[in-house]
Structure formats: C-alpha cells, structure tokens
Design a protein around this ligand. Structure first.
Ligand code: XMP
Length: 558
C-alpha cells in the first residue's frame, strides 16, 4: 500500500485471494440459522466520524470506547443484539467487536449482527470479537485451547498492514483468552503471532481484522497506537471529535429537542451539573431556570461560589433556596447513615418540586447523566449488584414530575466533561473539583448532625482543602476531606486540660471510586493540617490520618 492510499483511509489490510464479505456471510449464514436477517446497511450519508463498539459482555468495552475517544473519534458502545435501525444514525465508519467472557461454541453464544459485515466498513474484533470473525466467516476456533493470560510478546509477520504502522516489530501485549484461532477464514492473512498464539492478529483485504490480545488496556503500552491506526488508517477517520465540535453539535441538538419549552436543572456545585447548565444556557438562554437547593450540608463558601458563577458571571436564571432549616429539622436525632441518606434524598426532591411548581409550566428536566452510567445500565440491564450504600443521588430525578429529560452529557466520559467545561469558559476550580457526595457533610459527621457540628467539620474541611491545594496535591487526589468523629479525648492546651473531639483526615487516590488507596501525603503536609486544625478549630484537640484502602473500607466514613 502506498503512503498516499493509507492517508486517504484505505482499509486494505493484507491481500490473499479476493473473497467478498457477502461470500463470507453466506458461509456464516449457512451454518447458523439464527443469524440476524437485517437489511444491508444503507450507504452512508453525509460524512460523520463515528465508530460503533459492539459489546459482547467484556469488562473492557467502556475502556475501548475511552481509547477511541482519546483518538478524537466519536464512538458508542452498543449491545450485540442492537438492531441496525437503532444505530443507523451513528453512520459508523467502522465496527469494533469487544471481547467477552464466553466461547463462540457456548449455547446461545452472542453473534455479531449481519450488518456488521454487510455494511462494508472495517471491523476490528478483539479477543472474543476476533474468534467471532473466524467462526462466522468460515474459519475455525479451537475450543478450550491452552489458556493464555498476562503479558506476551507480539511478533509481527512480514505481511504489510497499516495496523502496526510506526510500531517496532515486537511489542508487549496483554492476553486473556482460552479459545484461539486454529484456521483463519478464507482471504485472511496472519499478521502477528506470540509464543502461544500462532495467529495473534489476522486481517483481510476488506479491512476485517482480528486481535487476540487487548489493545485497550494499559498493559498493552502501544495499544492506543494500534487503535489509532485502525481508526485513522483503516477506517479513514481524521479525528474530528473535540470539545468544540461537541459543544456546537450539542447546542443544535438541545435547541431541536427543547424548541420553545422550559427547562429546569438542579445545580449541585459539581462539575456535571455545572457543565449541563452552561451548555443548555448557551443553547436556549432564558428558557432554562436552575434551582440550587442549599441543604445547609455544604462546605464553606460553596453556596457563594455557585451564586457568583451562575448568577453574577453568567447571568443565568438561578433560584437559590436556603433550605438548611428544613434539612436540619428532619435530621434531628438521626444517627444511622442510611436513614440520613434517605431523609436528605426525599427532602431534596420535595424542595425541588416546590420550587419548580412556582415557575409555572415546565417541560424538561436537565440531568448530568454521564456515559459510564448509560453503558452500565444498558449493558448490565437487570444484573443484581449487592447494595453496599444506597448512594441516593441528591439532585436526582423527581420521577413523579413527569418531565422529559435533557441529558446532553450522556455520551461523555468524566474527563471529556471537564474538557467541555473548560471550553465553555468554566473556571479550573469548578471543573477540577473533587467529587462531593449528595448528602454532603451529613455523612462526614459520625452520629447526629447539628448546626454546631456542621460548623466544626466545615472549619476542619476548609483547612484540609486549602492545605492540599497549597501543596499542589488537590488534582492528584480523588478526594480529600475531614471527618468529625464523636470520639472525645483528653488533651492539654496551655496550662489547661481539654476534652475535645477527634477529627480524621481522609485522602484517597482512585480511578473511579470503586477501589481506592489512602494517599501517601507528605508528613510535613499532614503536620501542617493537624496543627492548624487543633489550633484553629476550638472543639477539636486530636487529628488522625485514615490509612485504610477501599475495599475493605469505603471512601466516606458513613
Ligand atoms: P464510598 O464511600 O462508597 O464512596 O467508597 C464512593 C464515592 O461515592 C461518593 N458517595 C456518595 N455520592 N451520594 C452521592 O451522591 C451518596 O450517598 C454517597 N455516598 C458516597 C463518595 O464521596 C465517593 O466519591
């Protein structure tokens, strides 16, 4: 292949015979009666760069999506039984078939829909996805062959392929499979091998490619280059997915959806609702009203920050409800963490509904749903997950209000939301804010929540946050905060004995809050935080540092 052809996005991979995709399909369909019979994909309309990731139950599907987005190519994860009609508007320039936990020989093993092969766009099968390609297009998969798990060295064959463009001939890759390819389908060439997999990568002349290893995981260090090569060199994408293009597209979509309708949005102070509100405000201006419910459980200066940003700087319609008395009254005497969550969640919805009712007719509710939530609910469906904490999402949907949802971030990952936030002109402080739980400081006060205890934990938290920021560690930490415990201990200050409360400092690193490790904060930083808290917060005379990881502990103490 010439360099020019590659840049034009030709998807030729390796020439070996001239078997057409339709011929492969006939083989596949002849063998499997249950092969979906969709109409062939219609020719692609206007040029739009998107790739569909067909999910076969891999824990890595969202990670593939993440990597594709990092290459500035828009993509969506779709279930393996998605109909063509449901994905046609994506106009995919390529398909990626994910891995999966099973074997292609399992009863009811999910198959790639016929449109994947019929649409005549490139296909990249990863692990199970590769085995499916072999199985459906007339090759042979060896069942339960020697399991290969962990790092392997991938050696390229001499066949020319744009997939490995710019890579050294031998690279480390991450393997995790039982079955393996025994015979390739007609027209395919082996592109690479490892010690245990004679066919670790294969491809044909129609841009159908299979990889036995996982290019999406960090253990395959050059994996992103391989995915980029697939997207750019094989599918012909040029990387048009940027914050700017997202904002322009979203504004248009929001305008189409909302028309002349009225939208309400709950502002929590977090980055997601801030970006949603800003985006919708850009699209429909005054048709949006934001409601900020001040529960009285927020950190110091939080309410002011929200008012300043949205009302003063952006001139948005903002209703600021000071509901702290209501929340404190409801929480009086309550010590059980789940009960606190429940009460706060319920009260929030009540306040929100009351305020919304005052606005008059409202048609839409804006929400900051992100892509991982969408993928999880779409792909795991009814999977039961043990409830460890209910995580009532304060700011969540009051379902009885019967409003249509506007969810402009539902296809974004968290770091993309941050990029969009910056591009919309939100401050770094707002955009890189650490997560803060909906029930707020109520679950950082062990035991009953009172006005005095809120003041104490707020003062300690303020010191933690400022010292962490001064030490330039704020962004490296997933969360860092103070917890007020009900433990009282004896201390000495000047010549007198004290009997004060103990505050715990919690600082963790994490990727996604599912697991977390306690942060190895420098001793000097811990010393400064401790000194300041015992000196500046009169009710506290002892500070401890929490050195538990999650699991078995959780990030919050309640
Ligand atoms: P845990 O404590 O379960 O917390 O390790 C994981 C992440 O979730 C946040 N969190 C909550 N967020 N409502 C929320 O909106 C809640 O009730 C809640 N409880 C915990 C926590 O701050 C961490 O980021």
């Amino acid at each position: 292949m010439t360099e020019k052809k590659r840049r034009q996005g030709s998807h030729r991979v390796a020439v070996s015979g001239d078997v057409e995709v339709s011929a492969y399909l006939e083989i596949a369909e002849g063998r499997r009666d249950e092969q979906p019979q969709e109409e062939p994909a219609k020719p692609l309309g206007e040029e739009r760069e998107a790739v569909a990731i067909v999910d076969f139950g891999s824990q890595y599907s969202w990670l593939i999506a993440r990597r594709v987005r990092e290459c500035s190519v828009y993509c969506e994860v779709v279930p393996h039984d998605a109909t063509w009609e449901s994905i046609a508007s994506l106009q995919p320039k390529g398909f990626i078939l994910s891995g999966g936990p099973g074997s292609v020989y399992d009863e009811g093993a999910p198959q790639a829909p016929a449109y994947v092969y019929k649409s005549q766009v490139p296909v990249l099968g990863i692990c199970y996805g590769m085995q499916l390609i072999a199985h459906q297009l007339g090759g042979r998969v060896a069942l339960g062959a020697k399991r290969e798990y962990g790092l392997a060295v991938l050696h390229q064959n001499s066949v020319s392929t744009p997939l490995f463009e710019g890579l050294p001939p031998d690279i480390p890759v991450w393997m995790s499979h039982g079955d393996r390819i025994e015979d390739m389908p007609p027209g395919f060439n082996s592109l690479a091998y490892t010690d245990n997999s004679p066919i670790a990568a294969m491809g044909n002349d129609q841009g159908i490619i299979g990889l036995q290893f996982h290019p999406e995981v960090v253990h395959t260090p050059q994996g992103k280059n391989i995915l980029r090569n697939f997207l750019y060199e094989v599918c012909g994408c040029s990387g048009t997915w940027t914050s700017g293009s997202f904002i322009a597209e979203s504004i248009e979509r929001i305008r189409n959806q909302v028309g002349k309708g009225k939208v309400i949005c709950a502002l929590s102070g977090g980055v997601d609702s801030a970006v949603v509100a800003t985006l919708i405000n850009r699209a429909v201006g005054d048709q949006l009203t934001c409601i900020f419910v001040d529960t009285g459980l927020l950190r110091r200066e939080e309410a002011e920050r929200i008012n300043n940003t949205f009302q003063k700087n952006m001139n948005m319609n903002l209703i600021h409800v000071n509901a702290s008395d209501r929340f404190l009254a409801k929480l009086s005497g309550v010590v059980d963490p789940e009960e606190k969550r429940h009460i706060i969640g319920e009260e929030f919805v009540r306040v929100f509904e009351e305020e919304a009712a005052k606005i008059g007719r409202v048609d839409f509710l804006a929400q900051g749903t992100l892509y991982p939530d969408v993928v999880e609910s779409a792909l795991t469906g009814s999977r039961t997950v043990a409830t460890i904490k209910t995580h009532h999402n304060v700011g969540g949907l009051p379902s009885e209000m019967n409003l249509s949802l506007v969810e402009p971030l539902r296809f974004l990952f968290k770091d993309e939301v941050r990029e969009v936030g910056l591009a919309l002109g939100l401050t770094e402080e707002m955009v890189y804010r650490q997560p803060f739980p909906g029930p707020g400081l109520a679950i950082r006060i062990i035991g009953e929540v009172t006005r005095e205890r809120l003041e104490t934990v707020r003062a300690a938290d303020w010191i933690v946050m400022n010292e962490i920021k001064n030490a330039n560690m704020y962004r490296q930490l997933w969360q860092s905060f103070a917890v007020l415990t009900p433990v009282r201990s004896v201390g000495v200050m000047g010549d007198s004995r004290t009997y004060g409360y103990m505050v715990a400092i919690r600082a963790v690193t994490s990727e996604d809050a599912m697991t977390a490790d306690w942060a190895r904060l420098p001793y000097e930083l811990l010393a400064r935080i401790s000194n300041r808290i015992v000196n500046e917060v009169p009710e506290v005379n002892r500070v401890v540092y929490d050195i538990s990881s999650k699991p078995p502990s959780t990030i919050e103490w309640e």
